[in-house]
Design a protein around this ligand. Structure first.
Ligand code: ZN
Length: 411
């Protein structure tokens, strides 16, 4: 038995891709916080599939969620033993999907699979059913050929990725840390580019700021009687964006397309409704993506310093909130499993992949922060979260082959 047999076997799984997608698309696993029912129905379907396969261990971790009709959010773990059971190659994907959005933007029913040539349309088909299907089919090839990989291969199918993983991987890492061994590694097929050339190993730290500048409202004809919060806010935006870029100015070529930290003014709240009023309050936000060579603490300290300066200059009071703050350790690009991924991508897609860092936002950060090597990889047309989301059957079979090749060589 060779690698070629695995690849040939996977080529026969086109109907499995269609069946798995059709059944999963029919289970709208939208978060209860977005008006959905959660993942229970999809998890029950997947359990029925996994139980028919030759996994050695299958278990579920149900995380309590009173908002979900089932009362919990399911996470599934299915393990196929390797010759050496001391470490595991994990494929981690998520069962939940974002809502369909505006139905009139869809050409088909988002929760009924429609197949057109190589494409299967439906909500969740690409994000993240593709990852689930690849995770299943890669190990199915081993099972069908009666092969054991050198090390364990396990699927981790999570709840709640789209909202922040509090009922998913974050909870598992916190409450069930023994699920994972210290030498385990992860493939997270939940991000990628159309030609399959991107292997993501690092993310920037993320801080979202909300600043509320408090001045004093007055009539537009007597500005000196008040304190113009909008004007002070504008000065604060410029001071922050310029000051932060200047102080945290290192570059790292691993990160694409932005090799430096970025500090962007984003949301701004409406203030007064009429032109002849001096606004007493100004609320605006910054989205900061910080290279991992800096700490969030350093950035917070610099932000506070700049805020104090503007408070003094403009006689305003500024409150700072951080609705989202996340740090992420990188996975070393020389990790053996990163090299295995690159080799497998080359073999299957005949291209030389780039190992990169991105601006942030994937669930791999939680794994990396616990010290596990994690690569984010998929060949995607990037239709996720959009109307008329679809998945490519070819990409699914290609990525399945890549995961199988990595499993075959991961020692
Ligand atoms: Zn996703």
């Amino acid at each position: 038995m060779t690698e070629k047999d695995l690849l040939k076997k996977i080529d026969t799984y086109k109907q499995d891709v269609i069946d798995l997608q059709t059944n999963m698309i029919a289970c709208p696993a939208v978060s209860p916080t977005q008006g959905g029912k959660g993942e229970a129905q999809k998890a029950a379907y997947l359990m029925s599939v996994l139980k028919k396969m030759k996994f050695d261990e299958i278990k579920t971790i149900n995380v309590k969620d009173p908002q979900a009709p089932a009362g919990y959010r399911p996470n599934i773990i299915a393990t196929y033993y390797g010759q050496d059971r001391s470490k595991t190659l994990w494929v981690m994907a998520h069962m939940d999907v974002v809502p369909a959005g505006n139905l009139s933007d869809w050409k088909t029913d988002p929760f009924k699979a429609v197949i057109k040539g190589d494409k299967i349309y439906g909500r969740g088909s690409e994000d993240n059913h593709q990852g689930i299907v690849c995770g299943i089919l890669a190990v199915k090839a081993f099972m069908d050929l009666g092969l054991r990989p050198p090390c364990n291969y396990a699927l981790l199918l999570n709840a709640d990725e789209e909202i922040g993983s509090e009922f998913g991987i974050i909870e598992i890492l916190k409450k069930y840390p023994k699920t994972f061994g210290k030498n385990d590694v992860f493939i997270v097929p939940d991000g990628g580019v159309a030609d399959g050339s991107m292997i993501e190993v690092a993310e920037k730290n993320v801080i979202w700021f909300e600043f509320t500048v408090q001045g004093k409202t007055t009539h537009g004809s007597t500005p000196k009687a008040g304190i113009n919060a909008h004007h002070a806010g504008a000065r604060l935006i410029v001071a922050l964006v310029d000051g932060l870029h200047k102080k945290f100015n290192k570059k790292n070529a691993l990160f694409a397309p932005e090799s430096a930290s970025t500090f962007a003014a984003t949301k701004h709240e409406a203030n007064v409704p009429n032109i002849n009023t001096i606004p007493g309050t100004d609320v605006f936000c910054l989205d900061c993506r910080i290279l991992p060579c800096y700490t969030n603490k350093e950035v917070l300290a610099e932000v506070q310093r700049i805020v104090k300066k503007i408070e003094k200059q403009c006689k305003v009071k500024v409150t700072i909130k951080t609705p989202h703050i996340d740090a992420s350790k990188p996975t070393d690009k020389n990790e053996p499993m990163v090299k295995l991924m690159a080799k497998a991508v080359k073999e299957v897609y005949k291209i030389t992949p780039k190992v990169v860092g991105v601006g942030g936002g994937t669930v791999a950060a939680a794994l990396r922060n616990e010290g596990y090597p994690a690569v984010v990889y998929a060949k995607l047309d990037e239709t996720m979260h959009q109307p008329n989301e679809y998945v490519s059957i070819k990409n699914t079979l290609g990525d399945s082959k890549i995961f199988a090749l990595v499993a075959y060589q991961f020692k």
